[in-house]
Design a protein around this ligand. Structure first.
Ligand code: DHB
Length: 475
């Protein structure tokens, strides 16, 4: 049995940990008390230990990003807590594929979005260990003008953080076989990618280059909110979903471009060969029905069922496209899209012709800030014979969970998935999370997917349920 965290004596570094710099020191922490409001609004007093790990790799490119913090509850409401075997929430704070640093954090931040409690704090108050990893991101540039945080840096860093934890099994508090990743948007994309790509050898050269610990990077479970993923198909997916919706200005996007991309989505869906119960093979023709019946109508049903009779009646009279019968909401895809309103992004939404999107920068390399990563946008700008840079296809695979779930099916993927998305989130197509969910379900994984009715980008409407789910799946 390994030394308990904070007992004051650390066990000898094991051979598995390799380099001494990658050995977690259970005795190095600061202890503080934090008041955490649970999802029911009840305040809990939590005493916890906060460990700062200067770097989770032996050869950091930039330790300001390649570092992590570990928070361990020791007392909750006056009762001693033993987190030795607790699940570990690996909560990334990545947004926009930007760099994310935790190096200056001095503790858990209790407040989360919209005045609520942060997911980390909820996890801590539930007795879980919380690990907050930093990661490199797309805008980082060194003195020579070289971009060092573009793809696949962020996923390589998250994998290195997992390897660090696993190589410190028994020293780091918590059960390293119960690592549950969480993230929102780009962070949700990376969370799902981390789960899908566990132990894939494709990342080995990158992990080796930064001196990652020699251990598994497979994780137990994934929480992903509005994952902005499957990037090389996102322009097509977007036009398939939001193609006819106006921009915020009221203007329509270029119809020829929208149509080209929408047609391309049909080809992509055919190549994916997704299936869903009651729908058979998912194609550009039935994907809308799949999303509607499996995710979007149930979302409206949950929303309406939770309202008082008066509020429900008011909502229904303001939204007459919804038929409410037998406690269920029903409507057409076309009416739903009209209700969803303006699309957030122009066409193409991700691989911008002008190379100005976050994703163009994500696929930058060397001293090149931004590149195309779809043939469609590349050829629109550079002519029909233009080819993607030779390194781009492999980097797309490194960034896309679907690659690891379809073309190169990964047995060491996470088997437990929590997927959430707002029905008015037009940062990407509503089909991106739906496809991910359909594929995982077909694979037999444990998938809990829900869309939040009328919610926009970044919504998390059932934070307490996620915390409970962690306990359920980890048990
Ligand atoms: C995020 C949002 C986007 O619209 C996008 O293209 C990439 C990332 C985000 O919020 O992280």
């Amino acid at each position: 049995q390994a030394t308990r965290a904070g007992s004051g004596t650390s066990s000898a570094p094991s051979a598995a940990a390799g380099r001494s710099s990658l050995v977690f020191d259970p005795g190095a922490y600061t202890e503080s008390t934090i008041t955490i409001k649970d999802p029911d609004g009840v305040a809990h007093e939590v005493v916890y230990r906060f460990h700062k790990v200067a770097s989770y790799v032996a050869k950091p490119v930039d330790a300001a990003y390649q570092s992590l913090n570990v928070s361990v509850p020791v007392w909750i409401d006056g009762a001693a807590v033993d987190a030795t075997d607790a699940p570990i929430l690996l909560a990334n704070a990545i947004g926009g594929y930007m760099p994310s640093s935790v190096a200056n954090n001095t503790g858990i931040v209790a407040s989360g979005m919209g005045g609520g409690t942060s997911r980390q704090a909820l996890a801590l108050a539930a007795g879980y260990v919380v690990v907050e990893p930093g990661a490199r991101g797309r805008t980082l540039i060194d003195a020579t003008g070289t971009y060092y945080g573009t793809a696949p840096a962020a996923i390589v860093d998250l994998k290195a953080a997992v390897r660090y934890l696993k190589s410190n099994k028994g020293r780091v508090p918590g059960n390293v076989h119960r690592i549950v990743s969480s993230g929102v948007s780009a962070g949700g994309a990376l969370s799902s990618l981390l789960g899908a790509s566990g132990d894939s050898p494709l990342y080995d050269p990158y992990l080796k280059a930064i001196g990652a610990a020699d251990a598994s990077d497979a994780i137990f479970a994934v929480g992903a909110w509005c994952p902005i993923t499957d990037l090389e198909h996102s322009d097509a997916a977007y036009e398939w979903c939001w193609g006819d919706n106006p921009l915020g200005s009221g203007a329509q996007v270029d119809p020829a471009i929208s149509r080209d991309l929408k047609v391309a989505y049909g080809d992509y869906l055919a190549s994916l060969g997704l299936r869903a119960k009651g729908f058979g093979r998912l194609t550009a023709r039935n994907l809308d029905e799949y999303l509607l019946k499996t995710h979007i109508e149930p979302s409206a049903t949950r929303y309406l069922a939770a309202l008082s009779d008066t509020d429900r009646a008011a909502y229904l009279s303001a939204n007459t496209f919804i038929t409410w019968s037998g406690g269920r909401a029903a409507f057409s895809w076309a009416d739903f899209l009209t209700h969803a309103g303006a699309r957030k992004k122009n066409a193409p939404s991700f691989d911008g012709f002008d190379l100005a999107t976050p994703e163009n920068n994500l696929f930058g390399t060397g001293t090149t800030k931004a590149r195309h990563f779809t043939l469609y946008s590349l050829r629109h700008e550079n002519g029909d014979s233009a080819r993607l840079d030779a390194d781009v296809p492999a980097k797309l695979d490194l960034m896309n969970p679907m690659h690891h779930l379809v073309e190169d099916l990964n047995r060491n993927r996470s088997k437990h998935w929590w997927i959430r998305l707002g029905t008015k989130d037009s940062d990407t197509s509503l089909s991106v999370a739906g496809n991910l969910s359909a594929r995982l379900t077909t694979l037999g994984d444990d998938v809990d997917t829900a869309y939040y009715w009328d919610a926009g980008h970044g919504a998390d409407q059932d934070p307490g349920a996620f915390i409970k789910w962690i306990a359920e799946v980890s048990g």
